[in-house]
Write a protein that binds this ligand. Structure first.
Ligand code: SF4
Length: 219
């Protein structure tokens, strides 16, 4: 399989915990660390197998989720749905218990975010999404067995496309879309946030259908 992107030689797939490239987000991390010094309060690293066939890309850490626990989607509502779904389709050992030492292992799967630091009001600005893309691009380039990427929400979708040098207009984002981009199948889903599930924009059945398709397509 060919590599999906050219990985910059000097860009790691994970930023340093105290990455300072986005001043607003670094200030917000510091603010959270002053209020809650026991929390992780840093750039959240990817979680999962280095040789993953599936990469899941979310938006950004939640302030009381990954920003608190240090593991993507861990400790908030979005993680409850995501990890239950991954277990159902054989992408984990089904040990999720809302904290980073729960013994959960992902199988052929890795999770990351388009923006690695928690943004105020869960809303990163464009410059922050663009700045953090170097780490997403490095992640995509480092997973040599990668076959599938699930993008949770439009921001993750567009950042992955730009990391793969694909124009967003050539691969639009409806929920449930699948785009073949070189060797990679990109699947789109609405984000599994509490807001989306409470409003009915995303149902459990809709979310599971995305991962059922991924499971069927993976070689
Ligand atoms: S969002 Fe990404 S680029 Fe910005 S400070 Fe955090 S790790 Fe660095």
């Amino acid at each position: 399989m060919t590599k999906p992107v050219n990985t910059p030689m000097n860009t790691p797939a994970n930023p340093p915990k105290d990455c300072q490239l986005c001043p607003r987000l670094a200030d917000y991390r510091d603010e959270n660390a002053r209020k809650n010094p026991d929390w992780f309060n840093g750039a959240v690293p990817c979680f999962g197998a280095d040789d993953a066939k599936l990469l899941i890309v979310g938006l950004a850490p939640g302030v009381t989720g990954a920003n608190r626990t240090g593991r993507p989607f861990t400790g908030d509502w979005a993680g409850d749905l995501l990890y239950a779904t991954l277990a159902k389709y054989g992408f984990s050992n089904d040990r999720y218990d809302k904290h980073a030492e729960d013994g959960l292992t992902l199988l052929a799967c890795m999770i990351t975010n388009a923006v690695r630091c928690v943004p105020p009001q869960n809303k990163p600005v464009g410059a922050e999404i663009t700045m953090c893309r170097q780490f997403l691009k490095a992640r995509l380039g480092a997973n040599e067995k990668l076959q599938a990427v699930v993008c949770l929400g439009r921001i993750a979708h567009e950042s992955v496309l730009r990391a793969l040098d694909v124009r967003p207009k050539d691969a639009p984002f409806p929920h449930g879309a699948r785009h073949l981009l070189g060797d990679i199948n990109l699947y789109d889903s609405y984000h599994c946030s509490r807001y989306n599930t409470n409003t009915g924009r995303l149902t459990v059945e809709m979310f599971e259908a995305v991962f059922e398709a991924v499971r069927k397509d993976l070689i």
